[in-house]
Write a protein that binds this ligand. Structure first.
Ligand SMILES: Nc1ncnc2c1ncn2[C@@H]1O[C@H](COP(=O)(O)OP(=O)(O)OP(=O)(O)O)[C@@H](O)[C@H]1O
Length: 579
């Protein structure tokens, strides 16, 4: 149970305390009207039992006034409960979501390879929503609903312990049913949450891949996966409701059967003369009030069990270790790969025994057939993953000891698939330097050859771009990402050359922007077209994750090896035409 509260509060159990106190106050507030009801009953009963004394009007008025005052107190208690519980729950969930998103950002990219992106979205939205609901509704309602039966039990035991025992005798059996079925409920709830997440993931996949689905006419196949996931969700929902419903209902009926038992016991005791009529009537009156909150307790317990799996999922991600390292990045030092071996899956090596040095302020081009490991090298320099063997150093500092945030602050990256955020063009460039002025942004845009096309847009730098940059052309997005990198002005530039997919006009503009970016930087460039790297300081030729050749363009051509082979293929392909 401790674990449960630890998980639903996102590891901060103390944050539940104010709402628990508020719920206790709310519970107590609800007990007072019941106690006053007993007093009214008693006053009326006495006037009937002893007609000579008449109805005690003064007492009735006193109860009426207390009830009025109490309504105000109850309102205040409820407002306090609202403030402490609901607001606390929503801010706990909001800060928890942001904290988790921040934690996820600090994890190695290897973590994302293991998880479906839709699954993580669900974790942050749906699972947190579930937990939020538990904290804001189920836990306080449960605490508040427990107060009346517990306090009533204490009072009733003093009045007549035999009747109190009869009234509550069935409660342990109701609890026993819940306890016995706990593992079934946990399993069914987990399956239901999994099915819900799977359906949401498939839906997200279907919607975000709609362009490819249309282009390849695979709607039927993808829709089948979507249909299947919704079908499984339906089955899981039916199983959860179908099995748990009767069990909770059984526990409820059993608990409520205490009322019947109490009436029977009371009747016998009344006949036997060991119970007075007013006490019997009092038990009947209180009994009707007590079993309602007990039903609420059982219902909320079911809900809480359901959210336990969501909380567990959140805590599992929180338990993932962020990348370690506290050192700063030595400046002006070479990047050294020393017998590096790496595989995304450690059993399948992608890079093998790789050793080379990249001198500061030089251009190193990575060349090789598709899948030879070029992008992987750039990802390892940025420490998206940690390697399994050997070491990567900047100067003498192994990068696995460097603070990942500081390392990334020193690296600019320009990839082929540029992602632009759903924001203005200006703010998308500002990502390179948060505190940049408008003048700095425009200066970077000018150097990246995108100022002109941005200025032509009706809202200029304030023009919003669609999510992912869907409203801009490939070349325009490239140049904006180069402007970002220019603004960042990091000493290491990782560049995935993308000019192959651009039209000649865009290509010249992008090439010019790249030339601005790489001046006086340590550049690692993934080269797809060899004619662009003839002036590189060194070219590393990779094949199947191994370094097979190394040198300048002329040195490598003279070797007549893989580079020369790739060069001659590209020379031939340069003149291809559609017939
Ligand atoms: N995230 C990943 N998870 C698992 N395997 C991966 C991942 N990224 C790449 N790989 C595998 O690692 C190998 C090297 O890939 P990499 O992307 O580094 O090659 P590349 O030379 O850049 O290829 P290309 O020129 O086609 O971009 C390939 O076999 C690829 O399938």
């Amino acid at each position: 149970m401790n674990n449960y509260f630890y998980n639903i509060s996102g590891g901060n159990t103390r944050s539940l305390l104010p709402s628990a106190v508020a719920a206790i106050l709310d519970g107590i507030a609800k007990v007072v009207p019941a106690a006053l009801l007993v007093d009214i009953f008693n006053t009326i009963y006495v006037s009937f039992a002893h007609p000579e004394t008449g109805l005690n009007i003064g007492r009735m008025w006193a109860v009426f006034v207390i009830l009025l005052i109490w309504l105000a107190v109850e309102y205040a208690a409820y407002s306090y409960l609202y403030d402490k519980t609901y607001k606390a729950a929503y801010s706990l969930a909001a800060s928890g979501r942001l904290g988790l998103a921040e934690h996820i950002r600090l994890l190695s990219l290897g973590f994302f390879g293991k998880r479906d992106p839709g699954d993580l979205t669900n974790l942050l939205l749906s699972d947190y929503g579930q937990v939020e609901n538990t904290i804001s509704h189920n836990v306080p309602q449960l605490i508040s609903a427990i107060m009346l039966p517990v306090l009533a039990l204490v009072g009733l035991v003093f009045m007549d312990w035999r009747m109190a025992l009869a009234m509550f005798a069935a409660v342990p059996f109701g609890v026993l049913i819940l306890w016995l079925t706990d593992s079934i409920q946990a399993r069914l709830s987990a399956k239901h949450v999994q099915a819900k997440n799977e359906a949401a993931s498939r839906l997200q996949e279907y919607l975000s891949g709609i362009r490819e689905i249309k282009a390849h006419n695979i709607g039927g196949k993808k829709f089948e996966r979507l249909r299947l996931s919704f079908d499984q969700l339906k089955q899981a929902s039916i199983r959860l409701e179908g099995i748990m419903g009767p069990m909770i209902m059984g526990a409820m009926l059993l608990t409520r059967s205490g009322m019947t038992l109490m009436i029977m016991v009371g009747s016998y005791l009344l006949i036997g003369g060991t119970l007075s009529l007013p006490v019997f009537l009092l038990f009947l009156l209180i009994g009707t009030k007590i079993f309602e909150p007990l039903t609420v307790v059982l219902m909320n317990y079911g809900e809480m069990r359901y959210s336990a799996y969501s909380a567990q999922r959140i805590m599992e991600v929180k338990a993932e270790q962020p990348m370690q390292g506290t050192e700063s990045v030595p400046s002006g030092k070479p990047i050294v790969f020393d017998q590096v071996a790496f595989g995304y899956d450690p059993q399948t090596p992608v890079l093998k025994n790789l050793s080379f040095t990249i001198k500061p302020n030089t251009i190193t081009a990575l060349v090789g057939p598709s899948g030879s490991g070029k992008s992987t090298i750039t990802r390892l320099i940025a420490r998206f993953w940690d390697i399994q063997e050997g070491s990567i150093r900047i100067g003498s500092q192994p990068i696995n000891r460097v603070n990942p945030e500081l390392l990334l602050a020193d690296i600019s990256m320009v990839f082929q698939d540029v992602y632009l955020f759903q924001d203005t063009i200006g703010n998308n460039i500002r990502i390179g330097k948060k505190e940049a002025t408008q003048a700095e942004i425009e200066e970077a845009a000018k150097r990246a050859c995108c100022h002109e096309f941005i200025s032509r847009l009706p809202q200029g730098y304030d023009t919003p771009v669609g999510e992912g940059g869907s409203t801009l052309s490939g070349g325009e997005k490239q140049r904006i990402s180069i402007a970002r990198a220019l603004l960042k002005d990091a000493s290491i530039v990782l560049l995935d050359e993308a000019t192959a997919s651009l039209d000649p006009e865009n290509e010249t503009a992008v090439q010019q922007a790249i030339n601005e970016l790489v001046a006086n930087k340590t550049v690692i460039l993934i080269a797809h077209r060899l004619k662009t790297i003839q002036n590189a300081d060194q070219i590393l030729v990779l094949n199947h994750g191994e370094l097979v050749e190394q040198g300048t363009h002329d040195e490598l051509l003279a070797k007549s090896g893989l580079y020369e082979h790739l060069w001659s293929i590209q020379q031939g392909a340069d003149g291809w035409r559609v017939k």
